[in-house]
Design a protein around this ligand. Sequence first.
Ligand code: GLN
Length: 191
Amino acid sequence: MRLKIGVLGLQGDFREHVEVLQAMGVETVVVKLPEDLEIVDGLIIPGGESTTMGRIMKEVEIREPIVEKAKAGMPIYGTCAGLILLSKKVVGHDQPLLGLLDVDVERNAYGRQVESFEVDIKITELGEKPFRAVFIRAPKIVRVGGDVKVIAEYEGAPIFVRQGNIMATSFHPELTRDFRVHEYFLKLVEA
Ligand code: GLN
């Protein structure tokens, strides 16, 4: 059976994820309604504005169905705002979250370093070649639970984590032509 990957298309840079997946030859569905979740094998939650995305998620009543799918084992990958939405807690903000990943985050925490920056990161699990990580008003992971595996770090803080079927990066691999993080997610979906 061919895999179908959903990209949550409520707000943010979901089109960039769709382009990457299509360039990889992966069948892609833009998920806007709860029923769209029924036909996908995995879900990507893109970057954007986490407060807005969380609010729309509640409005279209897709929050609970995502949580249920995740609990049933569906792999989910969140980038940047997607990471914020997956987290348990946002320091200093009360906003709707999915709470599927046992981490706490601080929003816009790399902010002083200008709004956005790029840095080459060594990610052992992705091979020798460094990965160009693009950060845009990125959240910082300030706490990780015992079951969370840290796959990559930058300046002592995790930037790529996984807890079972849930993974997240504070950077945006969909803005580069390096598909290795998306490939990592596809392996999770295939498993
Ligand atoms: N700063 C955004 C937020 O807090 C996240 C930025 C992004 O997704 N690039 O929601």
